[in-house]
Design a protein around this ligand. Sequence first.
Ligand SMILES: NC(=O)c1ccc[n+]([C@@H]2O[C@H](COP(=O)([O-])OP(=O)(O)OC[C@H]3O[C@@H](n4cnc5c(N)ncnc54)[C@H](O)[C@@H]3O)[C@@H](O)[C@H]2O)c1
Ligand SMILES: O=C[C@H](O)CS(=O)(=O)O
Length: 492
Amino acid sequence: MPISNALLSKLKDPSLVIDKALIAGEWVATSDSGKTFDVTNPANGDVIATLPDMNRAETARAIDAAYKAQKIWAAKTGKERAGVLRKLYELMVANADDLATILTMEMGKPLAEAKGEILYGASYVEWFGEEAKRVYGDTIPGHQPDKRIIVIKQPIGVVAAITPWNFPNAMLARKMAPAVAAGCAMISKPAAETPLSALSLALLAERAGVPAGIFNVVTSKDSSSIGKEFTENDKVRKLTFTGSTNVGKILMRQGADQIMKLGLELGGNAPFIVFDDADLDAAVEGAMVSKYRNNGQTCVCANRLYVQAGVYDAFAEKLAAKVSAMKVGDGFEAGVNAGPLITRAAVDKVEEHISDAVSKGAKVATGGKPHEKGGLFFEPTILTGVTTDMLVAREETFGPVAPLFKFETEEQVIEMANNTEFGLASYFYSKDMSKIFRVAEALEYGMVGINTGLISTEVAPFGGIKQSGQGREGSKYGIEDYIEIKYMCLSI
Ligand SMILES: NC(=O)c1ccc[n+]([C@@H]2O[C@H](COP(=O)([O-])OP(=O)(O)OC[C@H]3O[C@@H](n4cnc5c(N)ncnc54)[C@H](O)[C@@H]3O)[C@@H](O)[C@H]2O)c1
Ligand SMILES: O=C[C@H](O)CS(=O)(=O)O
């Protein structure tokens, strides 16, 4: 199928939509097998593009090209790499409207959110363009009179990347930028649901001067085969993965034989705690952005909302007033703040969580069923009277459902909040400074939002503990995941 005119007609620069993979600087229209797969618009099911369905042989060629190109790229200065990333940042910002349009059509999120994601992804490119010049080593006082010790930092080499559909630009940008900044080369495999955003980023990278072979994009529906090539090919030194914890475990097992270095940004089950002394209106605003951003399809979404008994009814009432006013619809429609879910399976999981909770005694305060628009649209939902025996307490819903749990004491809510294998993001609202430090230090999560529901920024270390992953993306820590330390001992 040619690229749909419904998409091309919305763009200032239609060349930004590419239905080809990028391997060794060549745009490849067909896979070795000739197989293809369609990309569809989740708002209406229309096919918007058809991509080559590649496999291990094409991936191996991309890895070979990356291996050759990386040595040349690593020999550039940090300042030269910084200049290319700065140009990419400028191109992303200049083309943000078109990139957002492509993203909304393949993923479904409202256009304003898609624009926000593009600028968020661009902020990582800007940040690591600056960090490229600051990969400092050390000199260490020798342990013997004739010894001089020098520590240098070198790029890890060829990096493989696998990214999810929910933030198809930003999740790739925050991997590609530090890798390129450090002097690595990357082969990326975007989610089959949303490859166009990755390909448009690759096109802008090419225009910015990222050399052939340094940033490759392999398109495929056979993600497990591509993952096997990534973890079994000895030219690949690191795999950075963003996605579900279950797939993260599969990749860890596959990479074990190579002692593969892994960056894992995995699933979450964020607690959102509202104490009696919270600013309730602020807590409601925070819950709205934390829970319903990207229609709840966000790894750091509030998944369990714990509200202290003294404010439970007031919070539930205020939140229900906001949620029931949300507008559900096509992401291109003015005023829409909840688009379609990504697949039928996503809708089924939301319905399963709601029916399980209701069957165990929860009440639907608002929403609770598929939207009258049909398809993949679902009513933003609040559940009250939720208890810890329900699926919503244990599993990541990944949809627009806010389950409200009631709690009595600080000790009780800390125990409930930490009672999960996940440890990505957490949030709480209180005005008591002593309580703020006690609770923040007691929560077993990589990230804690205090009196805010939105914590994601390029300047801070994003990542989780426990089964939410390992490594950090963004911040002064982020580039270290793409660096190897070398210790040189000089006898004079
Ligand atoms: N921690 C974070 O920063 C972060 C960010 C976004 C999403 N996520 C998590 O991702 C999940 C939702 O995204 P999803 O449904 O795309 O996750 P997913 O794990 O199903 O897929 C993620 C990526 O992995 C690929 N994949 C799937 N099976 C694979 C295999 N066997 N081998 C290699 N690759 C494989 C997919 O094609 C996709 O590109 C949620 O759990 C969410 O919490 C985490
Ligand atoms: O899905 C989770 C992503 O990391 C999105 S964000 O970084 O929180 O915007």
